[in-house]
Design a protein around this ligand. Sequence first.
Ligand code: SF4
Length: 426
Amino acid sequence: LKTFKNITCTFCGALCDNIEVKVKDNKIEELKNACAISRKKYEHALKDRTSPMINGEESTYQEVIEKAAEILKNSKNPLIYGLSSTTAEAQKNAVKLAELSGANIDSTSSVCHGPGTMAKQLVGMITATLGEIKNRSDLMVFWGANPVEAHPNHSKRYTMLSEGLFKKNRSDREVIVFDVRKTPTAKMADQFIRVEPGKDFELLMALRLIIQGKKPETEAGKVAGLELAEIEAAAEKLKNARYGSIFYGMGLTMTGAKYMNTWAAMSLIRDLNNDHQRRFVMMPMRGHGNVAGSEITMAWQTGYPFAVNFSKAYPRYNPGEYTAVDLLANKEVDAAFIIASDPAGNLPKKAAAHLKDIPTIILDPHWNFTSDFADVVIPSALKGITASGTVYRMDHVPLHLRSFLEDEWPDDAAAVAQIGELIENA
Ligand code: SF4
């Protein structure tokens, strides 16, 4: 058995980089430090692999690359979408390809934490690394997020159960969960505050007013289904923290007032930081392994984090117009290149249906609902298993992926670059 230590798991945005893998005959024999999600994913990694296909017929790798280039070149308004489960190198090449083909380029961020990113553009976000939070945070708040189920190793490595420099264990930290239901994360908290569905904005604004020394208006003495006294007590806990951290999930970004929810949370953090004895930070609980990287790479390359259009040969940004769901649902795109994603399995029906009517190319190591009907299937190596590269953790710390198994297919970055070269040199 050959042992590989400190391997980075890419199956969620926590990007745990302490996985130990024992390998024999190009197969994973043993795993250490993997959570239930990653164990299942690693076990499945070499199964259901894709192979080169055009219109359901087996093909060669070179032929599928050439066919993909031909489709994108002949398209008047193509869409490049996905990107959150691939490397920064592939994301960078995808932006270049979008520029070469005058495409729209969007990541899955537009259907998860995109609204939070738009709020960040309005008001800014005070944040920190997970290491700093682990070492210093005495009050941890989870808002519309359930890491115990979605990011199982997160609490052990960075938050509630982690061993920090100054905050050593669970008893050194107070934990509050705001959510619409009592999740497993809420069960581990010191306090669970049940928010009336769709009323996060009202509650956040009430907290802001109390912290500013004002009295919020109530409806029959309540805001978001909570008695004013309960909200005042929560505000007091926030005020008494020395170093507070708020982790928020899609329960905040995708409900009710959407991006204004996150705007209100970011504004609350700003209010709390007006007292210089106190520090507060916040962070989205990112789902896909490199969804943070998709925003970082796209912003670095185009100036914008997602929903970018290159039809005029320079980048234009407009969520709601250049976001994949809108482009597909409005039937505005005439070809699609899906990179490391499964829109047929995840996007709203109306948007996914248009993919079946236009030439669709998919680049993915595994077979999924989109590959079932895609005109061109391009196989690829597995990020962090058979392919190396760079990924960004949810706190924007870049991590290098090391491969530890062999693969017959090149990685996403190479495939996208090859398609780009064919279009550039045509
Ligand atoms: Fe992988 Fe996420 Fe589990 Fe960490 S918490 S081992 S990154 S799936």
